[in-house]
Ligand binder design. Structure first.
Ligand code: ADP
Ligand code: MG
Length: 590
């Protein structure tokens, strides 16, 4: 009785009755994707919203509510279309990246310029890039100058001037000038190719919150089915019972969560921050300690030699020449600074072989009977070299290294590494977010103190060997802290791996890209508070969707149980709320 009365009341029944057959056909054909999905998920012993909607459709057909069946299938399909549209849009950041790399390029072959497929390029091929074109390979400019926009890699839209022997990256734009580039890497081997791969992989890794939301979605569907059975048993009204199952959706959870994560990863990528999985976004929201490596991260990582001193009858240029003959084998920032200084003063390095690098200490090299050591006091003590008193009063706040020739210290070289402008501000922002900031370094105490106080970190530790940095992180983790470690990848890989989240800095350094959980393409510490903000918005959006879905389901089920809803209104509430949750997650794309 209740059934007929309800439907004649709503007037729908009369309106649609002559379309019974059409409605039935429409439901069966139009709802096909729903049934197919139901079949696959039931086969995997998994319950999702398609299952409950299939039940609703079948129930509607049984009780003869054909129009309700049509309406349900229509809305479910509509919601799914919008959901996949939103996800595609979020993924666009990645595919868009992929599509911008050129497929063809101009290359010099046997003195002629020919157009070839980028894929067919080989190492050392010279490609020609005109203005307005995208650079197709990673390589070194061999001729010409250009203004290059690297925003697709670094997220920074300010173009940089590039000239001969400068490195350029695939995917960046030559805004003006013509350059010839010697090919080093193509395709997926380029920095840009790696970014794309990482972002794509990031999506396929499910984070804990995603697993939680999958579980919650299943529970909501089970809740809907059970409530609907209970409603039928108590009210004996099939329409109320059908309305109950229809009104309760789980899409805000099932679709809202991955959408929020993909949108955030895409947005971060656009800013030059590569997040290797949703799990790291989630970890970021729980972090309480930020540990930062000093050299190259807080400082420029490009020290300059400020003073050279000589003892024991040596001259300053001898000291530099000894040092340069060893450091020429190394790519450490200190080595590069010494090489630059030696070149500036036209000091020729001696030819040395047998080079050994002792991490956190310095470098040693031998030639014939001569031995040269360049490094800190630790290196000298470990090699039984006496330390003269005059070598110990190094200029305040500098990194002073010792140079030993044939087992006597012949001089010292002092270097200063300037603080990056952004470091201070970035650290202030992190502190304001309630995080504990710690700076670690292998450098000496006075240089460390000067810089630590300048940028305002809460704590700093000097004279650490690479393994001491790992120990420090381990200690913090065992104390129950949730730690993010930020380093430039040189020597820091084990510490990055040990932290809850390892953030590697610097485009182009393979170590940083491979070992870190999150990669900053530019050496910009401010990206870290930015990323924390992004992670938190993603988290709160997901939580908002959780509570929103639960509330709407609970209220909807209660109303339907009490007979206030018919299947049409129930379907409207269901779809409307779903769209609201999808829109809520999609906000994160902007
Ligand atoms: P950081 O912690 O700043 O990254 P490292 O662990 O690379 O520093 O080095 C720590 C210290 O070891 C340096 O401050 C320097 O005294 C010494 N050292 C390391 N590498 C070299 C080198 N190539 N030449 C001279 N000294 C070096
Ligand atoms: Mg370092």
């Amino acid at each position: 009785m209740g059934l007929a009365a309800l439907w004649s009341l709503s007037g729908l029944w009369r309106q649609f009755i002559q379309f019974d057959v059409i409605a039935l056909a429409a439901t069966l054909v139009g709802g096909y994707p729903i049934y197919k999905e139901t079949y696959t998920s039931l086969k995997q012993k998994h319950i999702n919203m398609e299952v409950s909607m299939t039940i609703a459709i079948i129930a509607s057909l049984i009780v003869g509510a054909f129009s309700a069946a049509v309406v349900i299938s229509f809305f479910v399909i509509l919601a799914e279309l919008i959901e996949s549209y939103a996800l595609d849009k979020a993924r666009d950041t990645v595919t868009r990246l992929e599509n911008i790399t050129p497929k063809k390029t101009l290359v010099k072959r046997h003195g002629e310029e020919v157009t070839v497929d980028v894929q067919s390029l080989e190492e050392n091929d010279i490609v020609i890039v005109r203005d307005g074109e995208r650079i197709p390979v990673d390589g070194i400019i061999t001729r010409g100058t250009a203004v290059v926009n690297q925003s697709s890699i670094t997220g920074e839209s300010i173009p940089t001037d590039k000239t001969e022997s400068d490195r350029v990256y695939a995917g960046s734009i030559n805004e003006s000038g013509v350059i010839e580039v010697r090919t080093e890497k193509i395709g997926t081997e380029t920095v840009f190719g790696k970014i794309i791969k990482l972002v794509e992989e990031a999506e396929s890794k499910k984070s804990p919150i995603q697993k939680i939301s999958d579980k919650l979605a299943t529970r909501l569907v089970v809740f809907a089915i059970l409530s609907s059975i209970v409603t039928l048993l108590i009210t004996r009204n099939p329409i109320s019972s059908i309305s109950v199952i229809i009104v309760a959706g789980s899409c805000g959870v099932a679709a809202g969560t991955p959408l929020a994560i993909v949108a955030t990863i895409g947005r971060a990528a656009k800013k030059g921050v590569i997040v290797k999985g949703g799990i790291y976004l989630e970890e970021m929201t729980r972090i309480d300690t930020v540990v930062i490596d000093k050299t190259g991260t807080i400082t420029l990582g490009e020290p300059t030699v400020t003073k050279v001193r000589a003892f024991n009858g040596s001259t300053e240029s001898e000291v530099l020449s000894y040092a340069a003959s060893v450091e020429g084998h190394s790519n450490h920032p200190i080595s590069r600074a010494i090489m630059r200084k030696a070149a500036e003063l036209n000091i020729r390095p001696l030819q040395h072989s047998q080079f050994t690098y002792s991490p956190g200490r310095g470098v040693i090299s031998e030639y014939g009977g001569e031995r040269i050591l360049v490094g800190n006091i630790r290196l000298m003590i470990e090699n039984n070299i006496p330390i003269p008193v005059e070598s110990q009063d190094s200029p305040q706040g500098t990194t002073t290294i010792l140079v030993a020739h044939n087992n006597t210290i012949c001089g010292t070289i002092s270097l200063v590494d300037d603080v990056r402008d952004i470091s201070r501000n970035a650290i202030a922002r992190l502190k304001k977010m309630g995080l504990n900031t710690i700076m670690l370094t292998g450098d000496n105490e006075t240089a460390t103190k000067l810089i630590g106080e300048k940028v305002g970190v809460d704590e700093f530790y000097a004279d650490l060997l690479p393994q001491d940095k790992v120990l420090k992180i381990e200690q913090l983790v065992t104390q129950g802290h949730r730690v993010v470690m930020v380093g430039d990848g040189v020597n820091d890989a084990p510490a990055l791996a040990r932290a809850n989240v390892g953030i590697g800095m610097g485009a182009g350094t393979d170590v940083a890209v491979e070992e870190a959980d999150i990669v900053l393409m530019t050496n910009d510490l401010e990206k870290i508070p930015d990323l924390l903000d992004l992670s938190k918005s993603a988290y709160w959006t997901i939580m908002g969707n959780f509570y929103g879905t639960i509330s709407i389901d609970a209220i909807g089920v209660a109303l339907a149980f009490l007979g206030f809803l018919n299947p049409l209104v129930a379907a409207l509430i269901h779809t409307g709320s779903e769209l609201a949750f999808i829109a809520n997650s999609a906000r994160l794309m902007r």
